[in-house]
Design a protein around this ligand. Structure first.
Ligand code: NAD
Ligand code: MG
Length: 392
């Protein structure tokens, strides 16, 4: 029986994780659930899964949750804030930690899990984008196991030979082919992009995801963040990673070997597949996902990405090539710009403008210590905030 902490339990990945775990009560016991402000959502999950701990990042929400649980589940300990999140990431009874908080807010609890030597199921790609070098170093030092949940990286992981931690060339791998659906605006003419709404941006054709990653998919920053994530997870450079547009989202990514063989991982676009894979690895368990109906899929298409129409992808390549703190700046500016777009304060095509301006305002430095990284993250947020037009 493995103890499981789910960070970001009320989100899209959190809910899918609990769905998979609930199918295997003999294998997984939920020890802690966390959320930001969704008191009702977390209370319902607590009553169903009866964890030992429930954490709300937002303090007043934690008080509300404690009040809500007092009568029905007095045994559940309610904690608050980042310290609470870190506490449940380190619990001795939590063998596995699902990192499914969105954005930089997920970094500290994910790092706490790594430093406690857990099996980390990593959905929170922003954590690696911000502090990849440090994160991977700490994982090695503390014997933590990082299993990718992002469908592309999970696919690559499944297609990789053992021993890839020593570098791709050593195991005969030539390239990683990272697939991208192209999001909801793949075929929208460039001149119409300036007017698209948050609602349109969040209506992804293949995946049902949280609002931030949905906008990232629409700008293709999601793929940019994923290129950076793949560099760290698979110990490689961006020039070994080719982004391939594949609108059907059936091939989740591929690995090309030196002899010309290309291995792909395929399946329905259902996040329960990578979640079940990472929970049970190296075993295989039921995820709840149906069989892939290739006759219905019928056809698989591939295109090269258009970096002119999707400047966010080009900005991400630029940031990882610059290295050091540049990816942290990219991520912070993107979080600020996406939040402003979702609030109706910024146009869709202004998102890459805010990011580019922030990247040019903050020169990249070394990203070896956490304090320095967090400082740069804060600075990039305030610079980006100032690039957003004030309402008149
Ligand atoms: P979501 O918005 O649906 O859920 C986010 C979760 O994080 C919620 O439980 C929320 O309460 C919590 N949260 C938000 N802000 C917080 C804060 N400041 N402090 C603590 N908790 C906070 O997001 P999601 O779509 O589930 O995505 C989660 C992560 O997984 C993201 O990093 C995303 O990029 C990654 N991911 C998601 C998918 C997907 O299919 N949804 C696929 C691949 C990767
Ligand atoms: Mg992905």
């Amino acid at each position: 029986m493995k103890g499981l902490t789910v960070l970001g339990a009320t989100g899209s990945i959190g809910v899918s994780t609990l769905d998979v775990a609930a199918r295997h009560p003999d294998r997984y016991r939920v020890v802690a659930l966390t959320a930001n402000r969704d008191v009702e959502g977390l209370a319902r999950q607590c009553l169903r899964f009866r964890p030992e701990y429930a954490v709300m990042a937002h303090e007043a929400s934690a008080r509300a949750l404690a009040g809500r649980l007092r009568a029905e589940a007095p045994g559940i300990r309610v904690l608050a804030g980042v310290e609470g999140l870190e506490t449940v990431s380190r619990l001795p009874q939590a063998d596995y930690v699902m990192a499914a908080i969105v954005g930089a807010a997920g970094l500290m609890p994910a790092l706490a899990a790594v430093r406690a030597g857990k099996r980390l199921l990593l959905a929170n790609k922003e954590a690696l984008v911000i502090s990849g070098a440090l994160f991977m170093q700490e994982a090695q030092r503390h014997g933590a196991e990082i299993l990718p949940i992002d469908s592309e990286h999970n696919a690559v992981f499944q297609c990789m030979p053992p021993g890839f931690a020593g570098g791709l060339s050593g195991v005969g791998v030539r390239r990683i082919l990272l697939t991208a659906s192209g999001g909801p605006f793949r075929n929208v003419p460039a001149q119409e992009l300036a007017r698209v709404t948050p609602e349109q941006a969040c209506a992804h054709p293949n995946w049902d995801m949280g609002p931030k990653i949905s906008v990232d998919s629409a700008t293709m920053m999601n793929k940019g963040l994923e290129v950076i994530e793949a560099c760290w997870l698979f110990h490689t450079q961006p020039d070994r990673i080719q982004v391939v547009l594949h609108p059907q989202s059936v091939i989740h990514s591929m690995v090309e070997y030196r002899d010309g063989s290309v291995l792909a991982q395929m399946g329905n676009p259902d996040m329960r597949i990578p979640i079940a894979h990472a929970l049970a690895w190296p075993e295989r368990i039921e995820s709840g996902a149906g069989s892939l109906d290739l006759f219905r899929v019928a056809q698989l298409d591939f295109e090269a990405p258009d970096l002119q129409r999707f400047p966010c992808l080009a900005l991400a390549y630029q940031a990882i090539e610059q290295g050091g703190t540049a990816p942290a700046v990219l991520n912070a500016a993107n979080e600020v710009a996406v939040a402003a777009f979702l609030d109706g304060r910024l146009g869709f095509t202004a998102i890459p403008e805010v990011i580019a301006a922030t990247l040019s305002a903050i020169p990249a430095t070394d990203a070896n210590d956490l304090e320095g990284i967090l400082e740069v993250d804060a600075r990039a947020r305030s610079v980006a905030e100032r690039k957003i037009p004030r309402p008149v």
